[in-house]
Design a protein around this ligand. Structure first.
Ligand SMILES: Nc1ccn([C@@H]2O[C@H](COP(=O)(O)OP(=O)(O)OP(=O)(O)O)[C@@H](O)[C@H]2O)c(=O)n1
Ligand SMILES: C[C@](O)(CO)[C@H](O)COP(=O)(O)O
Length: 232
């Protein structure tokens, strides 16, 4: 069984307001992407890693990530305009023998070995897997400044990555979405559109997506608390 990982790192991180793309920002002396890639690189269950970065970041990624940290399994692919385009390019760069693909955001460095392995095991059985956590807040549907309704919290989960799939299924889901011009903000929604059931497994509240400047402070605190499975 051949398992690939596609690490989406082709964004600019506009909400971070930094000149450097946020996935290259330093946390305790190492780039965010180092932590994410290190956890995947050290899993024997992962055969190859496709790191997708924007075209203007390819040289930087080679020089500042691949060379200094000697990631053996990582190959670079060029990103696209939206996250979905970047993931699609990553999927097309996977070895054609790939059976299962784990899609993960480069800016979620606190993913654990257990979450990745649980998602792979679930994908062997169910072919399409989302990782998420039950929401802690009460969520309101709001339109034009007024609350429309209050969905039952018991049914609401916040979706994270990894999202793990049978390779042929997720490739087909991306191709169908492209044909109809559909863009989603994650990958499970593309499989949902096919009418195929997607199983949800529990991730972790600390598996945050580093998005805005205050997330850097939280991430540094998590590092100090020993969260994450990367080599320190
Ligand atoms: N064209 C894009 C856009 C996003 N991503 C990646 O998708 C992940 C989650 O996206 P998000 O946090 O929204 O990142 P950005 O698009 O970089 O952030 P922003 O929306 O603030 O610009 C990130 O690892 C990001 O690099 C990508 O691979 N290609
Ligand atoms: C895929 C994702 O990480 C799920 O939470 C997220 O949707 C991608 O980032 P964005 O901020 O929604 O673009």
């Amino acid at each position: 069984m051949k398992v690939a990982a596609v690490i989406a790192a082709g964004g600019r991180g506009r909400r971070m307001n930094s000149t450097l793309s946020k996935q290259f920002l330093m946390l305790k002396g190492r780039p965010i992407l180092y932590y994410t890639l290190n956890t995947f690189e050290n899993l024997k269950e992962i055969d190859e890693i496709i790191l997708v970065v924007g075209s203007s970041d390819i040289v930087y990624a080679q020089k500042e990530i691949l060379l200094p940290y000697r990631f053996r399994k990582v190959k670079l692919a060029e990103g696209g305009k939206e996250r979905q385009d970047s993931v699609y390019n990553g999927l097309r760069s996977c070895s054609p023998q790939t059976d299962i693909v784990v899609i993960h955001d480069g800016v979620r460095p606190f993913v654990t070995r257990k979450i990745i392995l649980d998602s792979i095991e679930a994908a062997k059985k169910y072919k399409a897997v989302g990782v998420g956590v039950p929401v802690k807040d009460t969520i309101k549907v709001v339109d034009k400044g007024f609350i429309l309704n209050t969905p039952d919290r018991k049914t609401l989960w916040a979706i994270q990555t990894p999202q793990t799939f049978e390779y042929s299924l997720i490739l087909k889901a991306h191709e169908e979405a492209r044909k109809s011009g559909f863009y989603g903000t994650d990958d499970t929604v593309l499989v949902e559109r096919l009418g195929f059931p997607v199983v949800m497994i529990e991730g972790a509240y600390e598996n945050i997506k580093i998005t805005t400047p205050e997330d850097m402070i939280v991430a540094e605190a998590f590092l100090n608390m020993g969260y994450g499975d990367f080599k320190r």
